[in-house]
Ligand binder design. Structure first.
Ligand SMILES: Cc1cc2nc3c(=O)[nH]c(=O)nc-3n(C[C@H](O)[C@H](O)[C@H](O)COP(=O)(O)OP(=O)(O)OC[C@H]3O[C@@H](n4cnc5c(N)ncnc54)[C@H](O)[C@@H]3O)c2cc1C
Length: 265
Protein backbone atom coordinates (compact mmCIF):
# COMPACT_ATOMS: atom_id res chain seq x y z
CA UNK A 1 0.00 0.00 0.00
CA UNK A 2 1.18 3.54 -0.77
CA UNK A 3 0.08 6.49 1.30
CA UNK A 4 0.60 10.15 0.36
CA UNK A 5 0.55 12.71 3.17
CA UNK A 6 0.14 16.44 2.44
CA UNK A 7 1.98 18.64 4.91
CA UNK A 8 2.40 22.41 4.95
CA UNK A 9 4.92 24.75 6.57
CA UNK A 10 3.16 27.59 8.40
CA UNK A 11 4.28 30.68 10.35
CA UNK A 12 4.83 29.91 14.03
CA UNK A 13 2.96 33.07 15.11
CA UNK A 14 -0.67 33.57 14.17
CA UNK A 15 -0.77 37.33 14.74
CA UNK A 16 1.20 40.45 13.98
CA UNK A 17 2.50 39.25 10.63
CA UNK A 18 0.52 41.40 8.24
CA UNK A 19 1.67 44.41 6.27
CA UNK A 20 -0.66 47.22 7.44
CA UNK A 21 -0.24 49.04 4.09
CA UNK A 22 -0.89 46.20 1.65
CA UNK A 23 -2.84 43.86 3.95
CA UNK A 24 -0.69 40.94 2.78
CA UNK A 25 0.81 38.32 5.07
CA UNK A 26 4.51 38.93 5.70
CA UNK A 27 6.20 35.56 5.61
CA UNK A 28 9.85 36.59 5.27
CA UNK A 29 11.87 36.34 8.47
CA UNK A 30 9.06 34.55 10.27
CA UNK A 31 9.80 31.47 12.29
CA UNK A 32 8.06 28.53 10.68
CA UNK A 33 6.76 25.20 11.94
CA UNK A 34 5.01 22.17 10.48
CA UNK A 35 1.24 22.66 10.55
CA UNK A 36 0.19 20.80 13.68
CA UNK A 37 -2.79 19.14 11.97
CA UNK A 38 -0.44 17.70 9.36
CA UNK A 39 1.70 16.05 12.02
CA UNK A 40 -1.50 14.22 13.00
CA UNK A 41 -2.01 13.17 9.36
CA UNK A 42 1.54 11.81 9.29
CA UNK A 43 0.97 9.98 12.57
CA UNK A 44 -2.18 8.38 11.11
CA UNK A 45 -0.16 7.26 8.07
CA UNK A 46 2.64 5.84 10.22
CA UNK A 47 0.16 3.83 12.31
CA UNK A 48 -1.22 2.35 9.06
CA UNK A 49 2.34 1.65 7.93
CA UNK A 50 2.91 -0.31 11.13
CA UNK A 51 -0.39 -2.18 10.83
CA UNK A 52 -0.42 -2.87 7.07
CA UNK A 53 3.16 -2.39 5.86
CA UNK A 54 2.56 0.78 3.83
CA UNK A 55 5.04 3.16 2.22
CA UNK A 56 4.55 6.74 3.39
CA UNK A 57 5.37 9.61 1.00
CA UNK A 58 5.12 13.23 2.11
CA UNK A 59 4.26 16.15 -0.21
CA UNK A 60 4.76 19.78 0.68
CA UNK A 61 4.21 22.84 -1.49
CA UNK A 62 6.12 25.91 -0.45
CA UNK A 63 9.41 27.80 -0.71
CA UNK A 64 12.77 25.95 -0.62
CA UNK A 65 12.90 26.11 3.18
CA UNK A 66 9.73 23.97 3.33
CA UNK A 67 12.22 21.13 2.91
CA UNK A 68 12.32 21.31 6.73
CA UNK A 69 8.83 19.75 6.76
CA UNK A 70 10.17 16.73 4.89
CA UNK A 71 13.21 16.36 7.18
CA UNK A 72 10.88 16.42 10.19
CA UNK A 73 8.66 13.82 8.51
CA UNK A 74 11.69 11.56 7.88
CA UNK A 75 12.60 11.82 11.56
CA UNK A 76 9.15 10.50 12.43
CA UNK A 77 9.31 7.63 9.92
CA UNK A 78 8.23 8.85 6.46
CA UNK A 79 9.85 6.98 3.55
CA UNK A 80 9.96 9.58 0.75
CA UNK A 81 9.65 13.36 0.53
CA UNK A 82 8.50 15.60 -2.35
CA UNK A 83 9.06 19.35 -2.34
CA UNK A 84 6.74 21.17 -4.76
CA UNK A 85 8.56 24.41 -5.32
CA UNK A 86 8.50 26.96 -8.12
CA UNK A 87 7.97 30.72 -8.37
CA UNK A 88 4.94 29.92 -10.52
CA UNK A 89 3.23 28.28 -7.51
CA UNK A 90 3.42 31.42 -5.30
CA UNK A 91 0.23 33.13 -4.10
CA UNK A 92 -1.95 30.05 -4.61
CA UNK A 93 -5.44 29.96 -3.13
CA UNK A 94 -7.36 26.74 -2.36
CA UNK A 95 -8.11 26.06 -6.02
CA UNK A 96 -4.52 26.45 -7.19
CA UNK A 97 -3.00 24.76 -4.11
CA UNK A 98 -5.17 21.66 -4.49
CA UNK A 99 -4.55 21.54 -8.25
CA UNK A 100 -0.78 21.72 -7.74
CA UNK A 101 -0.91 18.97 -5.11
CA UNK A 102 -2.97 16.79 -7.47
CA UNK A 103 -0.45 17.29 -10.28
CA UNK A 104 2.51 16.45 -8.03
CA UNK A 105 0.87 13.42 -6.42
CA UNK A 106 -0.08 12.00 -9.81
CA UNK A 107 3.43 12.69 -11.06
CA UNK A 108 4.87 10.62 -8.19
CA UNK A 109 2.67 7.61 -8.94
CA UNK A 110 -0.47 5.87 -7.70
CA UNK A 111 -1.55 6.09 -4.08
CA UNK A 112 -4.19 4.09 -2.21
CA UNK A 113 -4.73 6.76 0.40
CA UNK A 114 -4.05 10.49 0.50
CA UNK A 115 -4.05 11.95 4.00
CA UNK A 116 -4.34 15.64 4.89
CA UNK A 117 -4.65 17.56 8.11
CA UNK A 118 -8.09 18.95 8.94
CA UNK A 119 -6.91 22.51 8.30
CA UNK A 120 -3.87 24.74 8.40
CA UNK A 121 -3.15 27.31 11.08
CA UNK A 122 -2.47 30.10 8.56
CA UNK A 123 -4.84 29.88 5.57
CA UNK A 124 -7.22 27.93 7.80
CA UNK A 125 -9.84 27.25 5.12
CA UNK A 126 -10.01 23.45 5.64
CA UNK A 127 -10.93 23.15 1.97
CA UNK A 128 -7.76 21.90 0.27
CA UNK A 129 -8.39 18.19 0.94
CA UNK A 130 -11.93 18.32 -0.46
CA UNK A 131 -10.77 20.24 -3.51
CA UNK A 132 -7.91 17.77 -4.01
CA UNK A 133 -10.37 14.84 -4.00
CA UNK A 134 -12.56 16.68 -6.50
CA UNK A 135 -9.62 17.29 -8.85
CA UNK A 136 -8.67 13.60 -8.57
CA UNK A 137 -12.31 12.52 -8.92
CA UNK A 138 -12.12 10.24 -5.87
CA UNK A 139 -13.99 10.02 -2.54
CA UNK A 140 -13.29 12.41 0.32
CA UNK A 141 -13.87 12.14 4.07
CA UNK A 142 -13.16 14.93 6.55
CA UNK A 143 -12.95 15.18 10.38
CA UNK A 144 -11.71 11.58 10.54
CA UNK A 145 -10.94 10.17 13.98
CA UNK A 146 -10.25 6.53 13.08
CA UNK A 147 -9.00 4.65 10.00
CA UNK A 148 -9.30 0.84 10.08
CA UNK A 149 -9.90 -2.33 8.06
CA UNK A 150 -8.00 -1.47 4.91
CA UNK A 151 -8.65 -4.07 2.25
CA UNK A 152 -7.61 -4.09 -1.40
CA UNK A 153 -10.44 -1.76 -2.44
CA UNK A 154 -11.91 -0.17 0.69
CA UNK A 155 -11.16 1.44 4.02
CA UNK A 156 -13.34 1.94 7.11
CA UNK A 157 -13.40 5.36 8.72
CA UNK A 158 -15.07 6.94 11.72
CA UNK A 159 -15.67 10.65 11.40
CA UNK A 160 -17.19 13.40 13.42
CA UNK A 161 -20.35 15.24 12.33
CA UNK A 162 -21.04 17.78 15.08
CA UNK A 163 -22.60 15.61 17.80
CA UNK A 164 -22.64 12.33 15.87
CA UNK A 165 -19.88 9.90 14.96
CA UNK A 166 -20.40 8.24 11.59
CA UNK A 167 -18.81 4.99 10.45
CA UNK A 168 -18.37 4.54 6.73
CA UNK A 169 -16.73 2.20 4.29
CA UNK A 170 -15.03 4.18 1.53
CA UNK A 171 -13.75 3.14 -1.87
CA UNK A 172 -9.98 3.36 -2.37
CA UNK A 173 -8.21 5.45 -3.49
CA UNK A 174 -9.60 8.32 -1.43
CA UNK A 175 -8.59 11.52 0.33
CA UNK A 176 -9.03 11.63 4.11
CA UNK A 177 -8.50 14.66 6.31
CA UNK A 178 -7.88 13.80 9.94
CA UNK A 179 -8.67 15.34 13.31
CA UNK A 180 -5.76 16.30 15.50
CA UNK A 181 -6.54 14.77 18.90
CA UNK A 182 -6.89 11.05 17.99
CA UNK A 183 -3.49 11.07 16.25
CA UNK A 184 -1.03 12.59 18.73
CA UNK A 185 2.25 12.66 16.80
CA UNK A 186 5.09 10.47 18.00
CA UNK A 187 8.43 11.95 19.05
CA UNK A 188 11.01 12.04 16.24
CA UNK A 189 13.63 9.31 16.53
CA UNK A 190 17.28 10.42 16.81
CA UNK A 191 18.38 7.61 14.48
CA UNK A 192 15.83 8.57 11.81
CA UNK A 193 16.64 12.25 12.30
CA UNK A 194 20.30 11.61 11.50
CA UNK A 195 19.60 9.34 8.52
CA UNK A 196 16.85 11.73 7.33
CA UNK A 197 19.34 14.61 7.08
CA UNK A 198 21.07 12.87 4.18
CA UNK A 199 17.96 11.44 2.55
CA UNK A 200 17.37 12.57 -1.02
CA UNK A 201 14.38 14.78 -1.63
CA UNK A 202 12.57 14.87 -4.95
CA UNK A 203 11.71 18.41 -6.07
CA UNK A 204 8.88 19.11 -8.49
CA UNK A 205 8.93 22.40 -10.36
CA UNK A 206 6.42 23.53 -12.98
CA UNK A 207 8.27 21.79 -15.80
CA UNK A 208 8.06 18.41 -14.01
CA UNK A 209 4.27 18.42 -13.87
CA UNK A 210 2.06 16.98 -16.58
CA UNK A 211 0.18 20.27 -16.94
CA UNK A 212 2.96 22.75 -17.59
CA UNK A 213 0.66 25.74 -18.20
CA UNK A 214 1.69 28.51 -15.79
CA UNK A 215 -1.81 30.02 -15.98
CA UNK A 216 -3.18 27.13 -13.86
CA UNK A 217 -0.88 27.68 -10.88
CA UNK A 218 -0.12 30.22 -8.15
CA UNK A 219 -1.75 33.63 -8.26
CA UNK A 220 -2.64 33.28 -11.95
CA UNK A 221 -4.51 30.03 -11.35
CA UNK A 222 -6.30 31.35 -8.24
CA UNK A 223 -9.99 32.16 -8.35
CA UNK A 224 -9.89 34.38 -5.26
CA UNK A 225 -8.21 37.75 -4.77
CA UNK A 226 -7.60 38.96 -1.24
CA UNK A 227 -8.53 42.67 -1.23
CA UNK A 228 -7.64 43.29 2.38
CA UNK A 229 -6.63 41.24 5.38
CA UNK A 230 -6.49 42.59 8.93
CA UNK A 231 -6.71 41.34 12.51
CA UNK A 232 -10.14 41.89 14.08
CA UNK A 233 -10.45 44.93 16.34
CA UNK A 234 -10.60 43.97 19.98
CA UNK A 235 -13.88 45.30 21.34
CA UNK A 236 -13.94 43.51 24.67
CA UNK A 237 -14.93 45.80 27.56
CA UNK A 238 -14.23 44.94 31.16
CA UNK A 239 -15.88 46.48 34.18
CA UNK A 240 -15.71 45.57 37.84
CA UNK A 241 -18.92 46.40 39.74
CA UNK A 242 -20.22 45.54 43.15
CA UNK A 243 -23.96 45.44 44.06
CA UNK A 244 -26.58 43.20 45.66
CA UNK A 245 -28.11 40.36 43.62
CA UNK A 246 -31.44 42.10 42.70
CA UNK A 247 -29.64 45.14 41.37
CA UNK A 248 -27.09 42.87 39.66
CA UNK A 249 -29.86 41.06 37.77
CA UNK A 250 -31.32 44.37 36.50
CA UNK A 251 -27.85 45.57 35.60
CA UNK A 252 -27.08 42.42 33.56
CA UNK A 253 -30.45 42.65 31.76
CA UNK A 254 -29.70 46.27 30.88
CA UNK A 255 -26.33 45.30 29.38
CA UNK A 256 -27.87 42.44 27.40
CA UNK A 257 -30.60 44.74 26.12
CA UNK A 258 -28.06 47.31 24.89
CA UNK A 259 -25.97 44.54 23.27
CA UNK A 260 -29.04 43.13 21.50
CA UNK A 261 -29.98 46.58 20.18
CA UNK A 262 -26.43 47.22 18.96
CA UNK A 263 -26.50 43.85 17.20
CA UNK A 264 -29.75 44.77 15.42
CA UNK A 265 -28.28 48.08 14.22
C1 LIG B 1 -8.30 35.55 3.47
C2 LIG B 1 -7.02 34.80 3.12
C3 LIG B 1 -5.88 35.52 2.81
C4 LIG B 1 -4.70 34.88 2.44
N1 LIG B 1 -3.63 35.63 2.11
C5 LIG B 1 -2.50 35.03 1.76
C6 LIG B 1 -1.35 35.81 1.41
O1 LIG B 1 -1.41 37.02 1.40
N2 LIG B 1 -0.20 35.14 1.09
C7 LIG B 1 -0.15 33.76 1.11
O2 LIG B 1 0.90 33.19 0.81
N3 LIG B 1 -1.23 33.02 1.45
C8 LIG B 1 -2.38 33.60 1.77
N4 LIG B 1 -3.47 32.85 2.11
C9 LIG B 1 -3.29 31.42 2.26
C10 LIG B 1 -3.53 30.57 1.04
O3 LIG B 1 -4.62 30.97 0.32
C11 LIG B 1 -3.72 29.16 1.60
O4 LIG B 1 -2.58 28.85 2.35
C12 LIG B 1 -3.86 28.10 0.56
O5 LIG B 1 -4.98 28.34 -0.19
C13 LIG B 1 -4.04 26.68 1.20
O6 LIG B 1 -5.21 26.67 1.92
P1 LIG B 1 -5.21 26.51 3.49
O7 LIG B 1 -3.91 26.95 4.06
O8 LIG B 1 -6.43 27.19 3.97
O9 LIG B 1 -5.32 24.93 3.64
P2 LIG B 1 -6.42 24.05 4.39
O10 LIG B 1 -7.51 23.74 3.46
O11 LIG B 1 -6.78 24.65 5.72
O12 LIG B 1 -5.51 22.76 4.62
C14 LIG B 1 -6.02 21.44 4.69
C15 LIG B 1 -4.88 20.49 4.47
O13 LIG B 1 -4.43 20.56 3.11
C16 LIG B 1 -3.03 20.29 3.06
N5 LIG B 1 -2.31 21.46 2.52
C17 LIG B 1 -2.73 22.73 2.41
N6 LIG B 1 -1.79 23.51 1.86
C18 LIG B 1 -0.74 22.70 1.58
C19 LIG B 1 0.55 22.90 1.02
N7 LIG B 1 0.97 24.10 0.61
N8 LIG B 1 1.38 21.84 0.89
C20 LIG B 1 0.98 20.60 1.30
N9 LIG B 1 -0.21 20.35 1.85
C21 LIG B 1 -1.06 21.38 2.00
C22 LIG B 1 -2.59 20.00 4.49
O14 LIG B 1 -2.69 18.62 4.74
C23 LIG B 1 -3.63 20.76 5.31
O15 LIG B 1 -3.78 20.29 6.62
C24 LIG B 1 -4.65 33.47 2.45
C25 LIG B 1 -5.79 32.75 2.78
C26 LIG B 1 -6.98 33.40 3.11
C27 LIG B 1 -8.20 32.60 3.45
Amino acid sequence: MRIAVCMKQVPAASEGNMDPETGVLIRTGLETVVNVYDLAALEAALRLKEAYGAEVHVFTMGPAKAEGVLREAFAMGADEGYLICDKAFAGADVLATSYTLKQAIECAGNYDLILCGRQTTDGDTAQVSGALAKWMDIAHVSWTAEITDISKDTVKVRYNMDNRMICAQVQLPCVISVEKDPFIPRMPSLKLKISGRKKEICTFSLQDLEDGDEENYGLKGSATRVRKIFPPQRTQRQELVSMDKEKAADYILQILDVAAREERI
